[in-house]
Design a protein around this ligand. Structure first.
Ligand SMILES: O=P(O)(O)O[C@H]1[C@H](O)[C@@H](O)[C@H](O)[C@H](O)[C@@H]1O
Ligand SMILES: [Mg+2]
Ligand SMILES: [Mg+2]
Length: 281
């Protein structure tokens, strides 16, 4: 059966590729760094330029579609997810990596209809890996199908997480207490790529068993979350309920056994929801 969203997905892949060229080119020159909510919440002109490039090109092709973009929300646009076709864009996921030339930087484009992610595109620009997932049709990296790890024991797993940009002492204490419990299970290892989108692709690829984070935003995870489920993995909230893309909390794992062993260690907290803020932190 023909795929209703094939044209949009092809467009997303093409524009992610083009955005990746802009990111790679920008890495060859100086990067002017600005800050958003705090001194460690970074943004560059490249983040803004890439977001505009993506939005303009999608608008020309699909004028009725809506957008949630990280840098547009930072500039005061609403973060409203309706039932209408909506592109959810993180122009550079891993801006801190980009600023420091730490080599994991992604362009992340999710596409939702009726609040469900229909497709996700994550382009890992420096690895030149194009991850694509289509709801009900699988997840792929450079055309090769992705499959999660079949490990069921957290003690034989690698877990990925991030510290994020929240330095509120209570949040930092909870992040460390959760991490301590996970490290001491013990797990084989803990890693951080510095980008939620790539972390989710690592779960989808079977390179790690799980990823969790509190404090991410919908644009960090919209595309990568579908990569995980289409590769056979699961998503949960950090307290074990259903994942909510606007809640800023996620556990992504290869299976329910590992996801359950993760969320039970977590000292959960609730940052302000993406859909409850006039503009994001
Ligand atoms: O702001 P960008 O788009 O680079 O995204 C974020 C990452 O994706 C998080 O996992 C990560 O923890 C950081 O909060 C980072 O800000
Ligand atoms: Mg991001
Ligand atoms: Mg970003």
């Amino acid at each position: 059966m023909a795929d209703q969203w094939q044209n949009a997905m092809d467009h997303a892949v093409a524009i992610a590729q083009k955005a990746g060229e802009v990111v790679r080119e920008a890495l060859r020159g100086d990067r002017k760094v600005m800050t958003k909510s705090s001194s460690i919440d970074l943004v560059t002109q490249t983040d803004q330029k890439v977001e505009q490039l993506i939005i303009q090109s999608v608008k020309e092709r699909f004028p009725a579609h809506r957008f949630i973009g990280e840098e547009s929300v930072a500039a005061g646009e609403p973060c409203d997810l309706t039932d209408q076709p909506t592109w959810i864009i993180d122009p550079i996921d891993g801006t801190t990596n980009f600023v420091h030339a730490f080599p994991f930087v992604a362009v992340s484009i999710g596409f939702c209809v009726d609040k469900k992610v229909e497709f996700g595109v994550v382009y890992s620009c420096l690895e030149d890996k194009m991850f694509v997932a289509r709801r009900g049709r699988g997840a792929f990296c450079n055309g090769e199908p992705l499959k999660v790890s079949d490990q069921e024991d957290i003690k034989r797993s690698i877990v990925v997480t991030e510290f994020g940009s929240n330095r509120d002492p209570d949040a930092v204490d909870r992040i460390f207490s959760s991490l301590r419990k996970i490290v001491c299970l013990p797990v084989h290892g803990v890693r951080s790529a510095g980008t939620a989108a790539i972390n989710l692709c690592l779960v989808a690829s079977g390179s790690v068993e799980a990823y969790y984070e509190i404090g991410i935003h919908v644009w960090d995870i919209a595309a990568g979350s579908l990569m995980v489920t289409e590769a056979g993995g699961v998503l949960l909230d950090v307290e074990g309920g259903d994942v909510d893309l606007m809640s800023r909390r996620i556990v992504a794992a290869n299976n329910r056994a590992v996801a359950g062993q993760i969320f039970r260690q977590l000292d959960a907290f609730s940052p302000p929801r993406d859909d409850a803020l006039p503009s994001h932190e």
